[in-house]
Design a protein around this ligand. Sequence first.
Ligand SMILES: *Cc1c(COP(=O)(O)O)cnc(C)c1O
Length: 380
Amino acid sequence: MERETLLIHNGYETDPQTGALGVPILQTSTFDQGDLSEHREFDYARSGNPTRKALEDIIAALEGGAGGYAFGSGIAAVSSVLGILSAGDHIIAAEDVYGGTWRILNTFYKRWGLSVTPVDTTDPDRIREAIRPNTRALFLETPSNPLLKITDLRTCLGIAREAGIISIVDNTFMTPLLQRPLELGADIVVHSATKFLGGHSDVVSGLAVTRDEALGKRIYAVQNSFGAVPGPWDVWLVIRGIKTLKVRLKAQEESAAKLVRHLTGRPRVSAVFYPGLADHPGRDIHEAQASGAGAVFSFKTETAEQALRFLGRVKYAAAAVSLGGVETIASYPVRMSHAAMPPEERARLGITDTLIRISVGLEDPGDLIADFDNALNLRI
Ligand SMILES: *Cc1c(COP(=O)(O)O)cnc(C)c1O
């Protein structure tokens, strides 16, 4: 069965009790245990809820993993996965991981005794060099945010496997429709389901999937004891979003490619970053590990003033954080996702005050192009 069919036919397309073509929202905190003669699957809703289980099974099937785990946000998924580690453990993380991942590693978990080495994972040798005797995990994200840098998953995951290190890949930008890290050798995949999986900018949610059951048990122990779980309504919104992932992502990706083609080489546009561009660094690697370039790109204007004017003038793109929704979103990393990063560090990574990240929505691409032209003052 193709992944596209699995989005719809995943074992939860019909409710066995009622025949309903939708997963029931079971809004309950606890479950009657009858005469206590048998252990029932569900007892308390932090430990498990049938609506949540449906989403957990669906994401596990889509990623090709042994077990899925749902959380109240993407960062709750990341934090809970990292919660399987112990004080004294060392982590190697991509230097351009999502800002919230960076923060939890460098503040919260630092206080709890984890150490982290940030690494440019576009060069696998940097990972090899960073491995210490107490290294327990490698955290990757590709394409990365906001410059869409590409990490060679097969090579880097192979290095982790050889060294006996747990590998974790944040697959939010690609979704299992375009990239499946477990098939490339990852141990754990995490998602912000707030983005493409939910897809409608109306829910905050997170997911984790493990390659094997033993790791799954460790994550379940954190999920149950840490308790960063989602409620059934939010879970249901993600399940519904996943059903239309194929048509949304395809259309958004096509529009992104059109916008990128239009903007490349235009006056006031000094650079465009998109894995679908022929000269994008790592494009061949991306093509070998993913089946599409996705719907997120970024570009640089010539001056900061032009970038700010674009954000103020653009009509069909909200100037906002987040991505993956049906609405086009333009974000300004220096003031949003990377505001907390020291300016020198931002400069080193190429995150300038001329950089704008675009998540392309479902608007007509012609309207978006005209709107962007107008916002960049390119209309003659
Ligand atoms: C948004 C995002 C997260 C965090 O997810 P939340 O749902 O906002 O907590 C993690 N990783 C990536 C790549 C993201 O884009």
